[in-house]
Design a protein around this ligand. Structure first.
Ligand code: UDP
Length: 251
């Protein structure tokens, strides 16, 4: 069998050429990294859980008319997605203060924000993904004004959807990061939600106890990361019950 072509290997995923033009296979690794890859580990079962969880969120978004790159899950670790040109920005949406916002502005973690706050970071690992303003984005041509309007509207719709889905299972969506892709349809371009949506890219806190169920468990050495992600998957009904304790066995 011909070996498929690897297009890109990132910190948590590998992208392979897809079976049809315009498609890509996204493979979820077990690797966990934080602080721009200064902290690294392999967490058994993380890739399987994130593949399932990202499928769950992207499918829901597609169903409510928020376009995403997700086509279908292929197996335990892989999903078929639309090939798109990634806008070189990380779009961060915050509902409660945490992480870098708390540090930068001296606001206690967990403080509810008066309204969702959107931030943009320029995607560049060598620079540590610096925070940028819309002025930078326009001046350097990373996205047009129309793109920025569309990105804001997509980000707020994802926030409402994700906040609601999480609230229903007793979890607070503190903040999250998404990436946006450009697809071309004839003479038109469209922006869609790309990359992944998983506990790697969200802050998720139990509403009752405040327990962290996201990558901060790894960043801050708070326990077993796969257990935290399994708990999110269990609450959402994403894992078959018998496999809850053994995420690596799910198909
Ligand atoms: N985030 C991410 N990838 C990044 C940076 C941030 O997925 O490269 C997510 C992070 O998990 C959190 C949100 O974006 O849910 C806001 O992160 P923050 O700016 O507070 O950065 P951090 O404290 O993680 O450095």
């Amino acid at each position: 069998m011909a070996r498929r072509k690897k297009i890109y290997e990132g910190k948590a995923k590998i992208l392979y050429e897809g079976p049809e033009p315009g498609t890509i296979v996204q493979y979820f690794k077990d690797d966990a990294t934080a602080f721009n890859a200064e902290k690294k580990d392999v967490i058994d079962g993380k890739g399987v859980l994130n593949n399932r969880l990202s499928e769950y969120f992207m499918t829901g978004l597609n169903q409510i008319g928020v376009p995403t790159h997700f086509i279908r899950r292929l197996n335990m670790r892989e999903q078929l997605v639309r090939n798109c040109e990634i806008v070189p920005l990380e779009i961060i949406v915050r509902n409660y203060a945490a992480g870098s916002l708390s540090k930068r502005l001296g606001i206690a973690e967990g403080t509810q924000l008066p309204r969702p706050i959107i931030e943009y970071c320029y995607k560049d690992d060598a620079l540590g993904d610096p925070l940028v303003s819309e002025e930078h984005i326009a001046a350097f041509g990373w996205a047009s004004q129309q793109d920025m309007d569309d990105i804001l509207s997509l980000a707020l719709r994802v926030n409402d959807f994700m906040s609601g889905v999480m609230l229903a299972v007793g979890i607070r969506l503190v903040d999250f990061k998404i990436e946006i892709g450009r697809v071309f349809e004839g003479d038109f371009q469209r922006l869609i939600v790309a990359d992944e949506i998983s506990p790697d890219s969200c802050r998720l806190w139990d509403i009752e106890t405040g327990q962290k169920l996201d990558k901060d468990v790894f960043r801050r050495d708070l326990g077993n990361l796969a257990d935290a992600y399994s708990e999110v998957a269990r609450r959402l009904g994403v894992l078959p019950k018998s496999n809850v304790a053994k995420p690596t066995l799910i198909n």
